[in-house]
Design a binder for this molecule. Sequence first.
Ligand SMILES: [Zn+2]
Length: 73
Amino acid sequence: MAKLPEKLTELLKLLQKTNEDEIDCDAFWEIAAELSERDTLDIDELKGYLHHLELCPGCAEEFALLKAMVNDD
Ligand SMILES: [Zn+2]
């Protein structure tokens, strides 16, 4: 438990960092499909993934719709 804040800080730092490995919309949805089938996350994937959600209103909107559909079921 004591480690958690430290890890969280690390994660936030990663997310704030300018992206060297920015993903495009295709990659975003590829990762989205992968994440839905996996329990574990790769930090680099997650980083690019969340960053794209922030940068791309189109994907963010679609993603929100998708999430709403899944939750609705
Ligand atoms: Zn996009």
